[in-house]
Write a protein that binds this ligand. Structure first.
Ligand code: ZN
Ligand code: ZN
Length: 256
């Protein structure tokens, strides 16, 4: 990942944290120190090295060698957005897992180091509205073009989640799960590469997510699954009913 995923991380930072991080890069602090800080902001799980067969072939045709794609190494990403193909993680003949390749020995990514086969083993994947929205927003995030995950926009989403949870109870969590095309909440969080506790807190209580991919998953759910979803109570109706609820609580407590 190194610094190539920096735009993704920066896009989820508040202005002061963003300035602090970028100034460290400007003053050329030892790269390892900055990298540790960046790593602490990302999801710590590592993924197997993945390739898109068509990307490798296109690179080879154009440059004579092939490059790894940062987007393909992100935990929740399972397809190539350019070619709409499933990513491959291992040799389809002997099962040996792929690694970065070794250009000095003429071994390109996607060619087995063991048996030299170029037949890959594709990842399992079920397409869902959640995945489509998530992969789109992550790709734009890598280019620094995903304003939806900026803290100010995310705050609007989190407030809406908390209000909807207050009104709908567990139905919002169910909506989130089905948005990802799965049958349990844990699996939906696995699709993003975020921890269930983190996503649960954000959906039910509107608490800021702690991981970058959590922020991306929640932003994609808000933008594509909630913002314009038909049949959800409008914000002003919710605010009125929450105000009425608080008032009723006060009345009963103080015996109005
Ligand atoms: Zn591709
Ligand atoms: Zn092999």
């Amino acid at each position: 990942m190194k610094f190539t995923s920096l735009p993704l991380i920066v896009s989820t930072l508040t202005e002061d944290r963003e300035k602090a991080l970028l100034s460290k890069l400007n003053v050329r602090e030892p790269a390892a120190a900055v990298l540790d800080e960046v790593k602490a902001m990302t999801y710590r799980a590592t993924t197997k090295f993945r390739i898109c067969r068509s990307c490798v072939e296109a690179d080879r045709f154009q440059y004579g060698l092939a490059f790894a794609r940062v987007l393909h190494q992100i935990p929740g990403i399972r397809t190539c957005s350019t070619h709409d193909l499933l990513l491959e993680t291992a040799c389809g003949d002997c099962g040996k897992e792929y690694d970065f390749g070794d250009s000095r020995r003429g071994i390109l990514p996607g060619r087995c180091r063991g048996c030299h086969s170029e037949k890959g083993l594709a990842m399992g994947h079920d397409r869902s509205p959640g995945y489509a929205a998530f992969s789109d927003i992550v790709m734009r995030g890598l280019l620094g073009r995903a304003p939806e995950v900026r803290p100010d926009r995310l705050l609007i989403a989190l407030e809406r989640f908390a209000n909807l949870s207050a009104a709908l109870g567990p139905d919002l969590v169910k909506m989130f799960t089905s948005f990802w095309g799965v049958d349990c909440f844990q699996k939906a969080c696995d699709c993003i590469g975020a921890k269930p506790e983190e996503i649960w807190r954000s959906l039910v209580s509107g608490i800021q997510p702690v991981s970058v991919f959590g922020a991306y998953g929640l932003a994609s759910f808000y933008e594509s699954g909630v913002k314009n979803a038909p049949g959800l109570p409008a914000e002003d109706v919710l605010n009125a009913s929450i105000r009425a609820f608080v008032l009723a609580q006060k009345r009963s407590r103080f015996g109005w």
